[in-house]
Ligand binder design. Structure first.
Ligand code: PHE
Length: 451
């Protein structure tokens, strides 16, 4: 059931920017500096680059192979390429997409609120109190809903007129803002300790299994892997696109933005003596989740009037990144409704968006629920999905090398890729599943025991 009339990307650049848009988001500017700070700084950063290259790029190529081969969204794609049973993996992807977007839109809502706040009245005098008041409850729900409405309005427009056009405008804006901020941070007095925490590794930090697993799962989240976003985007591609080279470009750009975000966050933290605020517990534990939303505004306030402009810039970049990522999350669900259930795009996007909006409401009320969604869907399901994805591409899919060779041609490298997908990645992913599964388990136990 090939959908001959299916639309596609207008240009190769449009596809690349949209995929970078999916990848670059809260994961880079909020989660990455935060994960790095709780995991030994520079050592985490180095392990993270390794994970992006050794695990992220090959998994992204796997998603591309399925997406372009079938020209379909996850459920139908896996059904077509692997039969009934494999389509279950597609259902998991759609579920994961719904769950991630549900809480992602809540945090994006906070971002919008901070952005407006910087614009209209300046940051509140006590960011801690402000954070506690503004990031839960009815107003958080409202911002979450407004953000979802914006996301829906773009996905309704479709691939070329909606997603591609938005990415072509928004992504360059984001690059300029984040590089500009990093450059500005260079001149902050007392930022040196921030740079050395971020860039000078401590040998002992390399030998922690959990740091390794956290770096891997951060790579999945940040590269939008393990839930079919890249699969879906590549399903709108032409046969000429060079998929391996696109995967490398997208991954390195994503890392670049995360790295620059670190070059903003750490110098600011250290220059204003706020480093111990961010260097605490796990992502997802109560207020630690909002580390960035508490400590950065505090620094912006101390900077005086200039801080308001810097803060506005930062939250604008964060908002733009969150929006282009949310678009891809919603597109996975929407395109599945279109391909698998034959629902028209406008209705599909509206219904999917509405359901996700509702699923997100508990997260807008309770940070513990938000943290749990993040641990379950944002960490565990992504690696779990990626595990089966590589098994599929490595052992079940017909001639995956042939698919990637179209438009690229380097068969030697591709043979190496398939070897990794078959023999190395399943073991790495199994370890990460084990570690992140343990994390979810501990979280649930501590929540149930009222901790
Ligand atoms: N990669 C996005 C970010 O870093 C989040 C995301 C995850 C988007 C999974 C799509 C799929 O913010």
């Amino acid at each position: 059931m090939e959908a001959r009339t299916r639309e596609g990307w207008g240009t190769s650049l449009g596809f690349i920017l949209a995929a970078i848009g999916s990848a670059v988001g809260l994961g880079n500017m909020w989660r990455f500096p935060y994960a790095a700070s709780t995991r030994g700084g520079a050592a985490f950063v180095i392990l993270y680059v390794l994970m992006v290259l050794a695990v992220g790029v090959p998994v992204m190529m796997s998603e591309f192979a399925i997406g372009r081969r079938t020209g379909l969204s996850p459920i139908s794609a896996l059904q077509k390429a692997g039969g009934r049973r494999w389509s279950l993996l597609g259902y998991l992807f759609v579920l994961t997409g719904c769950m991630i977007l549900a809480y992602y839109a809540v945090i994006a809502g906070w971002t919008m609120r901070y952005l407006l706040e910087a614009l209209i009245s300046g940051f509140a005098a006590d960011p801690g109190v402000y954070y506690d008041q503004s990031t839960t409850g009815l107003s958080a729900v409202l911002y979450h809903m407004v953000f979802m409405a914006i996301t829906i309005s773009i996905v309704v427009g479709g691939i070329k007129a909606g997603i591609e056009r938005a990415s072509l405008i928004l992504m360059p804006v984001l690059f300029v803002l984040i590089v500009g901020l990093a450059f500005w941070a260079l001149f902050l007095e007392g930022s040196g300790a921030g740079y050395s925490f971020y860039l000078r590794p401590q040998l002992s930090d390399f030998f922690s299994g959990t740091t390794f697993a956290a770096a891997a799962s951060q790579a999945f989240f940040s590269l939008s892997l393990g839930m079919g976003a890249m699969l879906t985007y590549s399903s709108y591609l032409s046969r000429q696109e060079n998929l391996p080279s696109s995967a490398v470009k997208i991954s390195l750009s994503d890392f670049g933005v995360a790295f620059f975000a670190g070059l903003v966050v750490f110098p600011v933290m250290f220059a204003f003596g706020l480093s111990d605020q961010i260097i605490t517990g796990e992502i997802g534990e109560g207020r630690a989740l909002g580390a960035l939303f508490v400590s950065l505004p505090r620094a912006f306030i101390e900077m005086g009037p200039a801080g308001r402009i810097v803060g506005l810039t930062f939250f604008t970049a964060l908002f733009v990144g969150a929006l282009t990522s949310a678009i891809s999350l919603l597109e996975v669900v929407t395109s599945s409704l279109i391909d698998t259930w034959k629902i028209a795009r406008v209705r599909a996007a509206l219904w999917a968006g509405l359901v996700i909006m509702i699923v997100g409401i508990p997260s807008a009320y309770d940070h513990n629920i938000l943290g749990l969604f993040d641990a379950v869907a944002g960490e565990f399901f992504l690696v779990f999905g990626a595990f089966f994805l590589v098994l599929f591409v490595g052992w079940r899919m017909e001639d995956p090398i042939g698919e990637l060779a179209e438009g690229s041609g380097n068969r030697g490298l591709l043979t190496g890729w398939l070897g990794m997908v078959r023999f190395l990645l399943p073991f790495i992913l199994a370890f990460v599943i084990y570690d992140r599964g343990k994390n979810v388990y501990n979280m649930v136990v501590s929540m149930l025991s009222g901790g």
